[in-house]
Write a protein that binds this ligand. Structure first.
Ligand SMILES: [Fe+2]
Length: 251
């Protein structure tokens, strides 16, 4: 049974359906992603002993974090922010309008909106209020935990191009991406040229997991090995895999 909010969320997402399968399947994907990220968030918040208020705010952050994805794909037929709009900023803007945050006190609303706005940025900015910082770090983890299986699903059945933005199938890393990886930084989407760039950059995500529970889940679910299985078995990719594993097991 869906709650009133869940029904409203699904109705909102469905209002962007076009009747064209190539578009609608991507909207369905984001709708399902939003619910799954919310479920990941519940597990994370329980495992990390969030207070009841923080749990409530975290769940709302998770459900709404990609609120603008429906509009984005309908208008631009892409999830690539560089070709459309910054979906973190736009999701926060949409979440602030309407009744999405009804019942939350102003400080809680601000914390949720800020966490949504920065969920897709390169890093969590320093100096956030404690609750905002907690939500921001939690949504980034919950989101990553669900994106990996979406990506793996694509790699196992590569019919849906929009997941990897139509990148080249060349089995190599491109120069700019290799540079960022060597610096230990997660490459930017705009520098990615190949599917390998996109897939291998997921190894760097382990540097941006904020909670022990998320790190354990990454390992427990075998994400690193499953990512590696889709990359060329060459030293550069093996090294990235091994570094990521070491990072997760030593943290
Ligand atoms: Fe997102």
């Amino acid at each position: 049974m869906l709650s009133k909010l869940e029904r409203e969320f699904a109705t909102y997402a469905q209002s962007f359906y076009t009747g064209e399968e190539a578009v609608d399947r991507n909207l369905r994907l984001k709708l399902a992603h939003s619910f799954r990220v919310r479920n990941e968030m519940r597990r994370l918040a329980e495992a990390e002993s969030f207070s009841p208020e923080a749990m409530c705010e975290a769940l709302r952050t998770a459900l709404l974090h990609d609120l603008s994805r429906f509009e984005q794909f309908q208008r631009f037929q892409t999830f690539n922010d560089a070709e459309s709009f910054d979906h973190g900023d736009r999701s926060a803007e949409l979440a602030a309008s309407g009744d999405w945050l009804e019942g939350f006190a102003p400080e809680a609303r601000d914390a949720i909106l800020t966490a949504i706005r920065i969920h897709n940025k390169l890093a969590v900015p320093p100096g956030l209020a404690e609750r905002t910082d907690l939500l921001a770090r939690a949504i980034r983890d919950a989101d990553k935990l669900d994106i990996i299986p979406i990506l793996l699903g694509y790699l196992e059945d590569p019919e849906n191009e929009s997941i990897v933005f139509g990148l080249s199938e060349k089995p190599e890393l491109s120069a700019l991406v290799l540079e960022s990886i060597r610096r230990g930084e997660c490459p930017r989407h705009r520098d990615m040229r190949t599917v390998c760039d996109f897939v291998a950059s997921k190894f760097l995500w382990v540097n941006d997991l904020n909670f022990n529970w998320s790190r354990e889940e990454f390992l427990r679910r075998g994400y690193l090995d499953r990512i590696m299985a889709h990359l060329p078995q060459t030293p550069v990719f093996r090294q990235l895999h091994d570094d990521a594993r070491r990072r997760l097991t030593s943290a």
